[in-house]
Design a protein around this ligand. Structure first.
Ligand code: NAP
Length: 306
């Protein structure tokens, strides 16, 4: 590939990147989305996306992404399949080194997402989407009045257990220690909730089920005793891993997410960040899309020197 130039390069083709591509191309910036594999990111894991405003009845995450790609292309955005190795800023241009050559750009958007930390136990991958979930607002409503387990002891586990307790009579919150990692106020809300039963000192060792979750095997960390706990769903909130391998230049928060201002600009002028890799309190497709729109709008102003 000969050296290529674009006004606006977007790394990552999930909801944030695709929205930015649409806005960037529509603003007449030469815009390209770089992806190493398939487009879509975490959205592809969603079977029924029923909380995206204006999309009703529910579609799959795959269907939404397919339309977003078409929409971005209709405005002139390009899609390049390659692996980005590094980003450097040289004077006022960014130099993006890929496995297929170097691309230069005036502005760059990092939209590389985050991955859920998995438990790595038997049954977790096999039953993902069949009762094993990493998103309460996406999948919780499918388990209305069913037996629900939540794994983890951080803010996310406590917040999501509270959310899920509005959908069913009993939520079991399973944590491997006897003390929550979550902020005191968040943990206290859980402890006062009569619909949440806390199981401390238990670590999950296996999820059982054929085609759907039937039970989870829990090991007591003190005695080593294992129990089989029947459940219809296992929601796992054991932390996220932001995909920041390309974000060396930018400032991060304590948890490793990229810090931006309200225009999605990082600590480096012209380097923007949007979606789940960004430091923020609420990670959803709609918040990723909103980030992407803000980032493209700000990138346009930056590129035009406004
Ligand atoms: P987190 O704070 O890293 O908590 C992860 C939890 O999962 C910890 O309790 C950890 O146990 C447990 N865990 C990790 N690996 C495990 C394993 N293999 N088996 C069993 N348990 C395991 O992650 P988070 O709750 O997703 O929060 C991430 C960040 O987002 C935090 O900075 C948090 O404050 C923020 N956040 C804030 C809010 C809010 O303000 N309302 C809501 C959501 C997230 P240990 O405690 O034993 O390590």
């Amino acid at each position: 590939m000969a050296e290529q130039y674009y006004d606006f390069i977007i790394i990552g083709g999930g909801a944030a990147g695709l929205t930015a591509a649409q806005y960037g191309a529509r603003a007449n910036l030469s815009t390209a989305v770089l992806e190493s594999a398939s487009k879509g990111g975490q959205s592809l894991l969603i079977n029924d996306l029923e909380n995206y405003p204006g999309v009703f009845p529910a579609v799959s995450g795959y269907e939404l992404i397919e339309v977003m790609v078409k929409q971005a292309k209709s405005f002139g955005a390009e899609f390049l399949t390659l692996t980005v190795k590094s980003i450097e800023k040289k004077d006022s241009l960014f130099e993006i080194t890929t496995n297929k050559g170097v691309i230069t750009a005036k502005a760059v958007l990092l939209a590389t997402g985050a991955k859920h930390r998995h438990l790595g136990i038997e049954g977790e991958t096999e039953l993902a989407g069949k009762g094993v979930s990493y998103c309460a607002s996406c999948d919780g409503p499918f388990f209305r009045n069913k037996r629900i387990c939540v794994i983890g002891g951080g803010d996310a586990a406590c917040d999501e257990a509270t959310f899920l307790s509005n959908l069913t009579d009993k939520v079991y919150l399973i944590h491997r220690r006897d003390k929550f990692r979550a902020q005191a106020a968040v943990a206290e809300r859980v402890m006062k909730n009569p619909k949440i039963e806390i199981m401390f000192n238990k670590t999950p060792v296996k999820i059982n089920g054929t085609n759907k979750v039937e039970s989870i095997v829990l090991k007591d960390v003190n005695t080593g005793e294992e129990i089989v706990h029947e459940t219809d769903a296992v929601f796992i909130f054991t932390g996220m891993i932001p995909q920041t391998a390309l974000a060396d230049l930018a400032e991060k928060d304590e948890a490793g997410y990229v810090v931006t201002d309200e225009n999605m600009e990082t600590s480096v002028k012209g380097l923007f960040c949007a979606g789940d890799v960004r430091s923020k309190p609420f990670r959803q497709i709609i918040t990723a899309a909103a980030d992407g729109a803000y980032a493209a709008h700000a990138a346009e102003k930056y590129i035009r020197g406004e």
